[in-house]
Design a protein around this ligand. Structure first.
Ligand SMILES: [Zn+2]
Length: 447
């Protein structure tokens, strides 16, 4: 049996139902599962991690990302554009992506997430050109060692049919559905503790047909997997929905089967009061991506109103073409700051944001086995050294994690296995991965 004992944490943030924070706590995990939390724990032959000076939290959960975009940070022409102009700049670059670009970009993006405390991420891949497949992102996560909910994205309505993407980037709808079935059958693990799950994720209402949205929902329910897309991201998005479909995004989603406990939508910046009530009533989740929303000038998502109404909200860094960082702690800080800009300094606290980043994200991704440090849960654990400069002088270490940092973990455990130790990835030769990424970038920039 593999035993690991985390000892003497300054504060252990459980995120349990009572939101207990335990000072001077120990945590024991055995074969990937948390088996005890308390004081003075002992376990024969256990590996011991000393967490003195540290805050220990559940692993952070990222509910929205496009890992392939880690190769397109800060692209000129896309730096200062709104959503539709930004996409139109990037489509021709992404059109040149091969399996190697998708894989390498995902390795780097996953490494970046892991160093910022992320143990579970979703990925939304919607470009399948030059032989690239969802399998390429999945190969990357198997190397890095965090958990992945890989969603099979798609685009089917090109410019000639009134959509946004160039015709050369879209797929036939029958091929999309066939490939969704292939990747679900090949990779989706429905069991507790799953390292890889698969979801179905047409890219957005402005790049696929009503028929594909409806068929995707039917397929996902038949297979028992989750549904994901972008919704109500900015004013252009809502205007497209009104003009093309004659209704607001919430109505469009509801009509096509895109509400429910097995659905989560990215952004939702422009949801109105009725749409928030719809999401709360149906258990539909939201991936809140504050940095991306700022970067693209999309607006401030009504997170306070959503949470008050009972909508499940998780945090997402979104793709690195629109963030451009992929750091979940920075994302949590931005979520706090942005709600306060909109609603005042007492609108949301550091602990609530930390909750959104951990158990909130796990709930949005349908993982009742993750997001809390409680016996019986899987051992996904982030250990934060609070003795370094970022948090020196902090009176409240849990709040400091969000308010001041650190923005990188000291240690990260996934299923009780070390992925980061003393600030370094144990699973991956990161300099080699960055070299490979740099080579691909040089070739892309050369045209
Ligand atoms: Zn996105």
């Amino acid at each position: 049996m593999a035993r690991l004992l985390v000892r003497n944490a300054d504060v252990l943030v459980t995120m349990d139902d009572a939101r207990r924070e335990i000072a001077g706590a120990d945590l024991l995990c055995e074969d990937g599962i948390i088996t005890a939390i308390g004081h003075g724990l002992t376990a024969p032959e256990a590996e011991v991690l000393d967490a003195r000076g540290c805050v220990v939290t559940p692993g952070l959960v990222n509910t929205h990302h496009h890992l392939f975009q880690t190769l397109t940070r800060g692209v000129p022409g896309g730096q200062d554009a709104l959503l539709f102009g930004w996409l139109s700049t990037l489509y021709p670059i992404w059109a040149r992506f091969t399996p190697d670009h998708v894989y390498t970009s995902a390795v780097v993006g996953l490494a970046e997430l892991a160093l910022s405390g992320c143990t579970l991420t979703s990925d939304h891949l919607y470009l399948f050109l030059n032989g690239a497949r969802l399998d390429d992102s999945i190969a990357a996560v198997q190397e890095v060692g965090v958990r992945l909910l890989a969603t099979r994205g798609s685009m089917s309505i090109g410019q000639s049919d009134g959509g946004l993407p160039p015709d050369s980037l879209v797929e036939r709808e029958a091929d999309i559905l066939d490939d969704c079935i292939r990747v679900i059958d090949r990779f989706h693990d429905p069991r507790p503790g799953a390292m890889i799950q698969v979801g179905v994720a047409p890219c957005s209402p402005f790049s696929v047909s009503r028929e594909l949205m409806r068929d995707a929902a039917l397929l996902a329910r038949d297979k028992g997997v989750r549904l994901h897309t972008h919704l109500a991201e900015n004013d252009e998005d809502v205007a497209y929905s009104l003009e093309r479909f004659g209704c607001r995004p919430g109505q469009y989603a509801e009509d096509l089967g895109w509400t429910g406990l097995d659905v989560w939508h990215a952004h939702c910046v422009k949801l109105d009061r009725d749409e928030i009530a719809l999401f709360a009533r149906t258990g539909t989740g939201v991936a809140h991506c504050p940095c991306s929303n700022c970067r693209l000038g999309s607006g401030i998502a009504p997170v306070r109103a959503m949470r008050d109404a009972g909508v499940e909200v998780g945090l997402g860094v979104d793709g690195s073409a629109s963030n451009d960082a992929g750091n979940l702690v920075l994302e949590a800080r931005q979520a706090l700051l942005l709600q306060r800009v909109a609603c005042g300094a007492d609108a949301i606290g550091a602990r609530e944001v930390l909750e959104i980043a951990t158990r909130g994200g796990a709930a949005v991704l349908g993982r009742s086995d993750l997001g809390q440090l409680v016996p019986g849960m899987r051992a996904d654990i982030a250990i934060w050294d609070m003795t370094a400069i970022a948090s020196s002088g902090a009176w409240d270490k849990v709040a400091a994690l969000v308010l001041s940092g650190p923005t990188a973990v000291r240690d990260l455990l996934v299923e009780g296995r070390p992925v980061v130790r003393d600030g370094t990835l144990t699973t991956l030769d990161l300099p080699a991965a960055l070299d490979r990424q740099a080579g691909l970038l040089r070739a892309l920039m050369a045209g």
